[in-house]
Write a protein that binds this ligand. Structure first.
Ligand code: NAD
Length: 261
């Protein structure tokens, strides 16, 4: 992506695990200077070690995306590092489900706080940075839950939080195109990460994994690296005419109706 003497910088939230970690590693391999951030300091450090182990360069920041002051401090640190900031991938997210009529208001608020407000706080800082630096590419993390109801149910808060990501993607793309900033979202299908099984009893995981695999047209769940490949494309000049798009990487989930006649 960049020449070694002056690498472009990328910040990844939620980079301690799953899709964010895979994207951080793929970006490091591609020559980005990667700011690895996560609220979990040990997980963040493990990803940063992996970045260094593969010969990449980066820096680590413990960052809770819901803490506006901490987000400001992280971007101040980014300004001190190699730059300019040309990329952002917002992978930080949580899934706390439950039927809507039983969902605690605090759960609802927390899911929207992390997935939607947290994304906004980080995007806001990145936009200012990229406007100063002459442009960049922002990749948000959507979900099929923004577009369809999940058969397993209980995704009201999560789906709403990701619906906001879909609309943010489009409005930001229109507003910031004039500054050379592209904004897209990757829409992952079921991907083998801890988030996928959040709230599923341990003894149920294997059965559910098999069921999910059967339901996906491609017949299996995604590996985080497969989602990362789409993120890297959206970050790269290879997608230079793509903005405001929700890029499905979902094994065909959104293409499928469950009605079989
Ligand atoms: N796994 C899937 O099937 C799937 C499908 C569609 C979308 N997604 C989305 O992909 C993104 C990444 O999820 P994943 O599956 O890799 O999950 P994951 O649980 O493996 O990783 C999420 C990371 O976000 C971090 N995080 C949580 N709250 C945070 C906060 N307040 N501030 C900063 N970091 C925080 C966690 O510590 C964790 O490292 C999420 O936005 C998720 O909604 C996942």
């Amino acid at each position: 992506m960049t020449d070694a003497a002056s690498p472009s910088a990328l910040l990844v939230t939620g980079a301690g695990s799953g899709i964010g970690a895979a994207a951080a590693l793929a970006a490091a391999r591609d020559g980005w200077f990667v700011h690895v951030t996560d609220t979990d300091g040990d997980a963040m450090a493990a990803t940063l070690d992996a970045v260094h182990a593969l010969g990449g360069s980066g820096a680590g920041h413990v960052l809770d995306v819901t803490d506006a002051a901490a987000v400001g401090r992280a971007f101040a640190a980014v300004r001190q590092g190699p730059g300019p900031l040309r990329g952002l991938f917002t992978a930080a997210g949580i899934d706390r489900g439950g039927p809507a009529h039983e969902l605690e208001a605090a759960q609802w608020r927390r899911v929207l706080e992390v997935n939607t407000t947290g994304t906004f706080l980080v995007v806001q800082q990145a936009l200012a940075e990229m406007m100063r630096g002459g442009g960049g590419s922002i990749v948000l993390c959507g979900s099929p839950a923004a577009q369809v109801g999940f058969a397993a149910g209980g995704a009201t808060a999560y789906g709403a939080s990701k619906g906001a990501i879909s609309s943010m993607t489009r409005t930001l793309a229109v507003d910031y195109a004039r500054y050379g900033i592209r904004v897209n979202a990757v829409v992952p299908g079921p991907t083998e990460t801890p988030l996928m099984w959040a709230g599923v009893p341990a003894e149920e995981v294997d059965r559910m994994r098999e069921q999910v695999a059967r339901e996906v047209p491609l017949g299996r769940m995604a590996r985080p690296e497969e989602i990362a490949a789409s993120v890297l494309w959206l970050l790269s000049d290879g997608s230079s005419y793509t903005t405001g798009s929700l890029i499905g990487c979902d094994g065909g989930v959104l293409a499928k109706s469950s009605i079989s006649v």
